[in-house]
Design a protein around this ligand. Structure first.
Ligand SMILES: Cc1ncc(COP(=O)(O)O)c(C=O)c1O
Length: 374
């Protein structure tokens, strides 16, 4: 990572050089409180996914708002969280290969560490690593609840794998990983609800198989920003993993509520700050934020507060805005905020968050798990 922060504390926002990754601190804090309120009194645990923010500073803020720890997707992400002071990490992903297994087991000497499996190969690898480092790892069995990604089949196959975990030296069976990723961005409220109902049925089938086998299941974990209220109210899940809620990208902004209106539970708090670098024609404005400053896999960014201006195309270092009003003032040097289409991969392009409140830089937070792929 580059050591030099992109701004200075106290600087007015307009002075921040671009492209920069801004966090609206008031909106972030409202999102943190909103999720805490949504979980309060339910008895469920909140374990937000840190792959969204990749920063232990934000992980600790989430814990200050009631989270029990964080999820990570990579061992190196978990290492960055623990190094930054997060005491409880769950790698909600399958880990393969001796180097990563050793690092995970070593990390368990410094923090509470858990992970998940969907194959006996994972179980053997984790058991050997745990014994080599003299630790006990909490291991969940991932079931495929409809996302067609990782996960053993629900029911008897999952219970058989849970038995292997429970009997493996150095491991403790910790429950079920049941994340339905494919449902998060289904636009319709009913579609998302039905997808989670189907997931819940698969979890129940598996819990029954575990019960028949005499294996206690202490935790069912899953859920994302698009569906967490369904998992919360299911009576089956007891831990929620939503991640994007802290930032809310423009893709999530397209999900609809029960009345067919865009879901507005959380606010956009993450922005790419960009500068107008050229206006070759009255209708065409070029920004300094293109593919290397924001991710477009889930659609183009939205120009904050300018519904009449469309971010139409991104190339490596350029973003093309199309203006329906050729007289609209937007001059070279003007700066504007873009709401990224997809927050996670956008965050992964920056070394620092520039936290802003009341038009002034208030915080500079390093994104220490940026590029943590191993
Ligand atoms: C396993 C797992 N849990 C939770 C999440 C969080 O989802 P979101 O960022 O949509 O809230 C993800 C995101 O892909 C995930 O893969």
């Amino acid at each position: 990572m580059t050591n030099r922060p992109p701004a200075e504390i106290g600087m007015p926002l307009e002075k921040v050089d671009t492209p920069a990754l801004l966090v609206d601190l008031d909106a972030l804090e409202r999102n943190l409180r909103c999720m805490a309120d949504a979980v309060a009194g339910t008895g469920l645990k909140l374990r937000p996914h840190a792959k969204t923010h990749k920063s232990p500073v934000i992980g600790l803020l989430q814990m200050a708002h009631g989270a029990v720890g964080v999820c990570c997707q990579k061992v190196s992400e978990a290492e960055a969280m623990v190094l930054g002071g997060v005491p409880d990490v769950y790698v909600s992903n399958e880990i393969v290969g001796a180097p990563k297994l050793a690092r995970l087991a070593a990390l368990a000497r410094q923090a509470r560490v858990a992970t998940c499996v969907d194959d006996p190969v994972h179980v053997r690898g984790l058991s050997e690593a745990a014994q080599a480092f003299g630790v006990e790892l909490r291991v969940l069995v991932e079931i495929d609840v409809g996302a067609n990604r990782c996960g053993v089949a629900p029911g008897a196959p999952a219970a058989a794998l849970a038995r292997q975990v429970a009997e493996a030296p150095g491991l403790r069976f910790g429950g079920l990983q049941a994340y339905q990723g494919a449902s998060q961005h289904l636009r319709g409220h009913a579609e998302r609800r039905e997808a989670i109902q189907a997931a819940v049925a698969k979890v129940l089938e598996t819990k029954e198989a575990l019960e028949r086998a005499g294996i206690p299941c202490e935790c069912v974990t899953g859920a994302g920003t698009g569906t967490f209220t369904f998992e919360r109210d299911s009576g089956v899940y007891n831990e929620l993993q939503a991640g994007s809620y802290i930032f809310m990208d423009s893709d999530y902004g397209k999900n609809l509520d029960a009345d067919g209106q865009p879901v507005r539970t959380f606010e956009h708090s993450l922005f790419v700050y960009a500068t107008v670098m050229s206006r070759p024609t009255p209708e065409r404005v070029i920004l300094d934020a293109g593919l290397k400053a924001l991710s477009v896999d889930s659609g183009m960014p939205v120009v904050d507060g300018m519904p009449d201006v469309v971010y139409a195309r991104a190339s490596d270092e350029h973003g093309r805005l199309e203006l329906s009003d050729p007289k609209r003032p937007l001059a070279l040097g003007d700066k504007l905020r873009l709401i990224p289409g997809h927050c996670d991969p956008t965050v992964n392009m920056y070394d620092w968050y520039v936290g802003v409140r009341n038009g002034r830089v208030e915080a500079l937070w390093p994104i220490t798990a940026r590029g943590a792929l191993l």
